[in-house]
Design a protein around this ligand. Structure first.
Ligand code: BG6
Length: 536
């Protein structure tokens, strides 16, 4: 892709293609996406087919999520899950493997009878993804299950496979009639696609064009597990159900917004994946951009999936690409060297398994972004994410402008602005920082926090993100899935940055020892504008 790219929003998709993205046949079925499952529409019977069932995600996340959905009565009564993968395996082997994965990874402690009841819903089907005939046989297999378990032909296909397989598999599913055209009253067939959706702006558009030959937009569920997190969903509730904050939520009062997605883990054995992706594609393009659009969007006209996503995409469309001349100033990357995490030595990225000894891949990135709309013009958005940082912490900090200094200017502590902080994880909650007077005769000011924590307030276990998302895909509620124009607009901003980094070898100042908050040069982003990163 050439740097001469204009990166105007989505012009490479025709109007018709764009229309397909934003209005779905059958309309927005759900009035209220924040439905409590137990009060909502009961899910229709269906078969969930996991393609790539021998991967980590199935055992660690997907199957434990299904188990908890069943336990809490949120699966359809007639429900079957079929694991599909290349390895030959008997159904008994698959059930026993999944039972031990549930025991290891479920958020609730399983008991024997629930495990048994759940494993009865599991089946296994061995298939080579390129094998034409195998899809015919899979179709017959699923139809047999329909007959025996009353699943009525409804299908959700979960593509937990390498992105290069997305298209070939979907093409086969469509050719062999496992995916149907959407017709009112007919069984449904939906496809959940794991990230990454494309590799850059051009490839995301190409992928979408190809996918739309086989699927309508309303059949595609682009999963971003951040959207399944309770605290992420609560951003909307906080913003649009509390009128006291709305008047402040704009460039008149907000000085800057900071979003941090910090992890202390490294790449967890995913060297080959990381070499092809890097941190920006892995975390910023999807998770962090989703947080940004939720925190900055306008109120939607109602709570239907498209009304919410229309507003989110407008934020992404209003994001300015960083001018080429400012890329070095406003986009910083880093890669971790050896260092210490919680006192334990950890190795450098370049020494991880399956990583090139001269790798140019970033494990940290920080950007200074700008939303050019009426609400946010002039408010810098500083975002950063990284691996092997000192701790795991995802948060959004809204810092408000300082009051005129005439009254309390001698007091340095007033330099801490009022802030609203959304802690996405850990200790999910919200805090508001404001100034108070320390008791005594002197007017000494101290910032204090008013703090709210979900766990202690509600005393309720928070469901795993995958539970909510799988459940919604069965219900046909796409609110918490990324629409194609969200993904493409996110690439529009990030592709020039990635292109800029691609052919430049990492410089010494871009390395950081594991256990610190990225390379020192990342501090320039806010410092050069008289601000600082908020400590997390
Ligand atoms: C995944 C990334 O999408 O999100 C991982 O591929 C990252 O690299 C993970 O560690 C973070 O998710 P969470 O839920 O632990 O914040």
């Amino acid at each position: 892709m050439s740097m001469a790219h204009n990166f105007e929003p989505d012009h490479s998709l025709s109007k018709e293609e764009l229309d397909k993205c934003s209005s779905k046949p059958g309309g927005d079925a759900f009035e209220n996406p924040f439905h409590e499952p137990e009060y909502g529409k009961p899910p229709e019977p269906c078969i969930l087919v996991i393609l790539g069932a021998s991967g980590d995600l199935t055992g660690k996340k997907l199957v434990p999520a299904l188990f908890n959905l069943m336990r809490e009565g949120n699966l359809p009564t007639n429900f079957i899950c079929v694991g599909v993968a290349r390895r030959p395996k008997t159904v008994e082997e698959f059930r026993s493997e999944m039972s031990s994965q549930i025991t290891k990874h479920s958020r609730t402690t399983p008991d024997e009878s629930d495990l048994f009841a759940f494993s009865e819903k599991l089946f296994y089907y061995q298939l080579e993804f390129q094998d034409d005939d195998a899809y015919n046989n899979l179709n017959l297999f699923l139809k047999d299950l329909d007959k025996n378990y009353g699943t009525r032909g409804n299908r959700v296909f979960y593509l937990s496979v390498q992105p290069t397989y997305f298209l070939p598999i979907i093409k086969q599913l469509k050719t062999h009639s496992l995916i149907y055209d959407e017709t009112h009253g007919a069984p449904f067939s939906r496809v959940i696609i794991e990230k990454p959706f494309g590799h850059d702006y051009d490839s995301a558009i190409a992928l979408q064009k190809n996918l739309s030959n086989f699927l309508s937009e309303s059949q595609i569920y682009r999963i971003d597990h951040y959207l399944g997190k309770e605290t992420v969903q609560n951003l909307l509730v906080f913003r649009f159900s509390n009128s006291i904050f709305e008047g402040l939520w704009n460039n008149r009062y907000v000085d800057n917004i900071q979003i941090t997605v910090a992890e202390n883990i490294g790449i967890e054995g995913r060297g080959a994946f990381y070499e092809g992706q890097g941190l920006t594609r892995d975390v910023i393009q999807n998770h962090l951009m989703q947080l940004l659009s939720l925190v900055a969007m306008e109120p939607p006209i109602n709570l239907t999936p498209d009304a919410i996503r229309n507003e989110k995409v407008k934020v992404l469309q209003s994001l300015q690409t960083i001018p080429l001349s400012d890329l070095d100033r406003f986009a910083v990357r880093g890669q971790y060297k050896e260092g210490y995490i919680d006192g334990d030595p950890v190795s450098a990225y370049r020494n991880e398994q399956n990583v090139d000894a001269n790798s140019n891949v970033e494990t940290f990135a920080a950007l200074r972004l700008q939303i050019e709309n009426w609400r946010w013009a002039g408010v810098p958005i500083y975002v950063r994410a990284g691996k092997r940082l000192p701790k795991r912490s995802t948060e959004i900090a809204i810092s408000f402008k300082k009051p005129p200094s005439i009254l309390f200017h001698k007091n340095d502590r007033l330099n801490i602005p009022n802030q609203i902080i959304f802690r996405i994880q850990p200790n999910d909650g919200i805090s508001i920082k404001f100034n108070t007077k320390i008791p005594g005769s002197a007017a000494i000011i101290q910032p204090v926090n008013m703090d709210f924590q979900y766990a202690s307030y509600f005393g309720k276990e928070v469901p795993e993100a995958y539970e909510r998302l799988i459940h919604d895909s069965i219900l046909g509620d796409s609110t918490l899935f990324a629409r194609v124009d969200e993904s493409i607009n996110s690439w529009r901003i990030l592709t020039p940055v990635l292109d800029h980094w691609k052919n430049r070898p990492l410089q010494p100042e871009e390395f950081y020892p594991a256990g610190v908050f990225g390379p020192k040069i990342a501090d320039h982003l806010p410092n050069s504008e008289g601000r600082k990163w908020k400590p997390v």
